[in-house]
Design a binder for this molecule. Structure first.
Ligand code: GFB
Length: 291
């Protein structure tokens, strides 16, 4: 989802010289294959969006895979970018790197100030390691490697599998199916109380290009909209857009996860970038597009 959005954004800007590999063509977890790839191709700029990702249930179920695949991918790509003198690399993380009970909105300096949310601890640890690796390669080798931490994303090429997806595509699918099949209720996980900030992936892609052109510092930058909603509000918004008239039932046997994850976006704001895509407006557009 993120990689293809970055590609669309760069193409729109007129860039042409892309070196692309699908996950099938190049398994970034395999050190020798990544080494060979970097040896054969001359990469100048790397957008490191590749990762094993998923929603709350996938994170909690495939804990070993999240903690094996992600560090393997990022270690191989970051290290080979150093060896082959890549001019600049952008590493992408996630807002789950912050402590579960960090003050809100989340400022970049809250990293490593408290316990992580248990359901996504393996993923968060992998992403924190990626940030620290970029910083360590900058310190020791002088590499221009930067990191961006996006909030929860949605948009084209999202995963709609109900067991592994994030909440937003899951709810679009559930309400659609319930409407088509005339189901009396839709089951939504947790209590509905957690708050999340949702950003369209095209907004993130725009921020990635902005940071690639303008940001050259250690640490990382939050990327978000600065606005959050409760899961209940999100569910009601999607129900209304889809036009489903049945009930919502809360499955409290499923975890809520982090109570709130709202990014403080003032660092990016001060640099002159802000999110352009409104959640409700774009959801209406995306959902009507699927009809
Ligand atoms: O999007 P989501 O899976 O991820 O869940 P997180 C957000 C909230 O929506 C949780 C609730 O409180 C879920 O319990 N929810 C309600 C649902 N119904 C559903 C449903 O049908 N499917 C899903 N998936 N959730 C992930 C992390 O956390 O966010 C990752 O696990 C990553 O590490 C990613 O950081 C951005 O926001 O809780």
């Amino acid at each position: 989802m993120v990689g293809s959005a970055v590609l669309r954004r760069l193409q729109k800007e007129g860039f042409k010289n892309f070196i692309l590999r699908s996950a099938k063509e190049l398994d970034l977890r395999v050190q020798r294959d990544v080494e060979e790839f970097f040896k054969q191709e001359k990469l100048d700029y790397v957008f490191l969006a590749a990762a094993k990702v998923g929603g709350i249930l996938a994170n909690n179920t495939y804990r070993a895979e999240f903690l094996y695949d992600n560090p393997m991918i990022q270690n191989n790509v970051i290290h080979q970018s150093y060896v082959h003198k890549v001019k600049k690399l952008l590493f992408l993380g996630s807002s789950c790197i912050y402590p579960k009970h960090a003050p809100q909105p989340l400022k970049e300096e809250y990293l490593l100030t408290g316990e992580l949310e248990p359901t996504n601890e393996p993923y968060a640890i992998a992403k924190i390691a990626g940030i620290k690796m970029c910083d360590a390669y900058r310190d020791q080798y002088g590499c221009n490697f930067i990191s961006a931490m996006p909030t929860n994303l949605y948009g084209p090429n999202d995963n709609y599998d109900l067991k592994t997806s994030h909440v937003l595509p899951a709810l679009i699918r559930k309400f659609h199916e319930a409407k088509t099949e005339n189901k009396p209720f839709v089951e939504v996980w947790g209590t509905g109380a957690p708050r999340r900030e949702f950003m369209h992936v095209d907004d993130l892609a725009d921020a990635c290009l902005f940071l690639m052109e303008k940001y050259d510092k250690p640490g990382f930058v939050n990327v978000g909209t600065g606005v959050d909603v409760t899961i209940k509000e999100l569910a009601e918004m999607i129900r209304e857009i889809v036009g489903y008239e049945g009930e919502i039932e809360w499955d409290t046997s499923k975890p809520d996860g982090t109570p709130r994850k709202l990014m403080d976006v003032s660092r990016l704001d001060e640099m002159g970038w802000e999110s352009q895509i409104d959640l409700k407006e774009r959801l209406r557009w995306e959902i009507e597009d699927r009809r």
